[in-house]
Design a protein around this ligand. Structure first.
Ligand SMILES: Cc1ncc(COP(=O)(O)O)c(C=O)c1O
Length: 471
């Protein structure tokens, strides 16, 4: 059976050709479920398509009818198929995105669901198009001809200068333009730092949070390093176990995804560790500008600019598609990072760099952030009020900050809530998607709700859909 494509005679009578090949070794039910899900996800089985009866498909594949019925049942529960008395099993009219795989939990896929509350994106409809265009026009008009050349691998001086001023003022960063390197978002900066750490030849271990972003761990692994998860408690990451790691990657202003700032004692402890051992602290300040109840806590880099690399991005404040980020490096690290970039990597187009420089210098960035903070703060307040009224057993944890909230669920319910949401056309991500494979302790059942993701017009509907699936 395996390796052959099942072409159902009755399927052909219905005008379809299933072309599924359940994989060997994964169990028949699972293999069939995976193969059918892929066929729907990839568009080979279009919405509304009627599937052969379980009896017919079982006969075609030479497997038990129950196995097919169970696979159909699994896919109905996940929202890929529908089963109605009299009309058989069909591909759902509105196939939803699968819950994001752990390797890319924050990324969007094609085939948008009706509501999207996955974290990882700001409200893209509120991108400040007019102000950005104005800045782009001004920046291009003022750019010297040599700005259009290959230029400095660290990035345009106009942007590094504007960032140095902004980061010092808004985030308390010790920022000299000469130590800033522009990169294609945080991910690119991390990749370069991973290459530098590997090339240095010290410890290959990088301590990371036991709950974090798997693609970032993958970047470090691909650089030839090992990620070692740190425990986590209500004061944030437990940094007492850094030991002989070569570096530690943290989100100190607002731990991703748990949403707690690193306790002041731990901020001091991690810097002490770095001074004592020569280790490097990689500070991911991805949403440091979004604090709603008070001034954001200053950057960790301010405590020791020679031991902490500060990394920032426009992915939350403007749009991930810009692919614009920066690193503020210890002076000694600049040549190594520039060398890691290599001769062919200029990474970010100069026009976007010059536009961001103009956007910052003109005050448009501050204005945009003020409006964005109001928008997201309002949504967070609405989320908390709606949960108190409609889902009182669900607790929101973490500080009033960022673009996502963690919703603690009753034990054992995370997967069923995510599935029920998918069934209703609402994309959600469970906390388990962010758990490091080597993390200790018992997993928590929770959702990581990206309240920043929908456009304004979709927010209330998304919130209502969320409340409907919560226990
Ligand atoms: C924890 C964290 N850091 C950084 C980023 C930004 O990454 P990038 O600048 O590569 O888009 C994200 C985006 O989802 C994030 O969740």
């Amino acid at each position: 059976m395996s390796g052959s494509w099942a072409t159902s005679p009755s399927g052909q009578a219905l005008g379809i050709d299933l072309h599924i090949a359940p994989a060997d070794g994964s169990g028949l039910r699972r293999g069939l479920t995976d193969a059918l899900r892929e066929a729907v996800r990839g568009g080979r089985l279009a919405p509304g398509t009627r599937l052969p009866s379980s009896r017919t498909l079982a006969a075609d594949l030479g497997i038990a009818r129950n196995t097919v019925a169970d696979a159909y049942g699994d896919l109905v529960a996940e929202g890929w198929l529908t089963a109605r008395q009299g009309s058989g099993t069909r591909v759902a009219e509105r196939p939803v995105d699968a819950p994001c795989p752990a390797s890319a939990p924050a990324r969007r896929a094609t085939g948008a669901p009706a509501h999207d509350l996955r974290p990882g994106s700001p409200d893209l409809a509120s991108f400040p198009r007019a102000a950005w265009l104005k800045a782009a026009r001004r920046a291009l008009a003022a750019a010297p001809n040599d700005a259009l050349g290959y230029g400095d691998p660290r990035g345009r001086p106009e942007l590094r200068t504007a960032l140095a001023g902004y980061l010092a003022r808004a985030r308390g960063v010790h920022a000299d333009p000469d130590r800033i390197v522009i990169c294609s978002g945080f991910a690119h900066g991390l990749q370069l730092l991973g290459d530098v750490l590997r090339a240095r030849g010290g410890s290959r271990d990088v301590a990371v949070d036991s709950l974090g972003l798997p693609p970032h761990w993958d970047i470090l692994t691909r650089a030839g390093l090992r990620t070692r998860p740190l425990p986590y408690d209500e004061l944030g990451t437990c940094v007492g176990e850094l030991g002989d790691a070569g570096a530690v990657l943290l989100t100190p202003a607002h731990q991703f995804p748990m949403g707690v700032p690193l306790h002041p004692d731990r901020r001091a402890a991690v810097v002490d560790w770095a001074r004592r051992t020569g280790g490097l602290v990689l500070e991911d300040d991805y949403d440091g500008e979004f604090r709603y109840d008070r001034q954001p806590v200053g950057a960790l880099q301010g405590l020791d600019p020679e031991r902490v690399v500060h990394l920032g991005t426009t992915s939350k404040s403007l749009a991930p598609g810009l692919r614009l980020g920066w690193m503020v490096l210890p002076a000694g690290l600049v040549p190594e990072v520039v060398a890691a970039k290599g001769v062919s990597d200029w990474s970010c187009g100069v026009l976007d760099q010059l536009t961001l420089a103009e956007f910052l210098a003109s005050g448009a960035y501050d204005r945009h952030l003020r409006a964005a903070r109001l928008r997201y703060r309002h949504r967070r307040d609405q989320l908390i009020a709606a949960l108190a009224e409609r889902a009182p057993s669900v607790r929101v944890t973490g500080i009033a900050a960022g673009l996502h909230a963690v919703l603690r669920l009753p034990p054992g319910t995370e997967q069923s809530v995510v599935r029920a949401a998918a069934w209703q056309g609402l994309s959600l991500v469970g906390l388990s998607s962010y758990r490091h494979g080597d993390a200790g302790g018992a997993p928590l059942d929770a959702l990581v709700v990206g309240y920043g993701t929908p456009a304004d017009h979709g927010w209330v509907g998304a919130l209502d859909a969320l409340c409907r699936v919560l226990p």
